[in-house]
Design a protein. Structure first.
Length: 219
């Protein structure tokens, strides 16, 4: 692909479309049992009770916030690190992956390959490629740390409501995206981290999986 095909407006459009597709896919998945909908609906104001009657609509704003923070920051950090190494980079959506994300989410699981940050260089070393790839999942880890801190200090009255569900599902989505992208399958981030440094890969991947299992046991 030629770099000249990209403009900033095209990149922003691709990010918005990919972000929307992932949000819809996650909304379908969350509405099938990966959240705390019932506890959130109890005591909710009238409009939230209405939304609770359709769990997809209930989870859509939650998924949009969580995905926007986790996915867009993930891709943006790839771009930032690549540019620090002197390589132009831009996100490009994958239309088939966008369709798969929505359909698979509706079926109850999620295939989250909606696009990728393209790096325009042939001169990266394995270390530079690995660190650029690792930046995305580590950004998801930072999102997890921030929202886990919020979770700890969230007043109980909010923890059992809509805000609590949003915080909890952001923990889940940030870690899910990190684990998915760390799978050692090309062109996912994990394949490049594995090629660069296997101990770093194993520590990162195992740590993220443990955190994800922990979150699934809590929210």
């Amino acid at each position: 692909m030629n770099r000249s095909q990209f403009t900033l407006s095209q990149e922003i459009e691709d990010l918005i479309i990919a972000d929307a597709a992932l949000s819809i896919g996650f909304s379908f998945v969350l509405s099938r049992g990966f959240g705390s909908e019932l506890s959130a609906c109890s005591g909710a104001v009238d409009i939230l009770k209405l939304l609770c009657s359709n769990s997809f609509l209930f989870y859509l704003p939650i998924a949009f916030v969580a995905v926007s923070l986790s996915f867009i920051l993930h891709e943006y950090m790839h771009k930032i690190v690549a540019q620090r190494y002197g390589a132009p980079a831009a996100f490009k959506r994958w239309d088939l992956g966008i369709l798969l994300a929505i359909v698979s989410g509706w079926l109850g699981f999620l295939i989250g390959s909606v696009g990728a940050t393209w790096i325009y260089t042939n001169s990266f070393t394995r270390k530079q490629d690995g660190l650029t790839s690792l930046a995305g999942p580590l950004t998801n880890f930072v999102v997890f740390i921030i929202f886990f801190t919020i979770w700890i200090f969230l007043p109980r009255s909010y923890a059992n409501g809509y805000i609590g569900v949003m915080v909890g599902e952001t923990l889940f989505i940030s870690l899910w995206l990190a684990v998915f992208n760390m799978l050692p399958i090309y062109p996912l981030d994990g394949s490049k981290v594995w090629r660069w440094n296997k101990p770093v890969y194993l520590v990162t991947f195992v740590g993220l999986v443990i955190l994800l299992l922990f979150v699934l046991g809590v929210i």
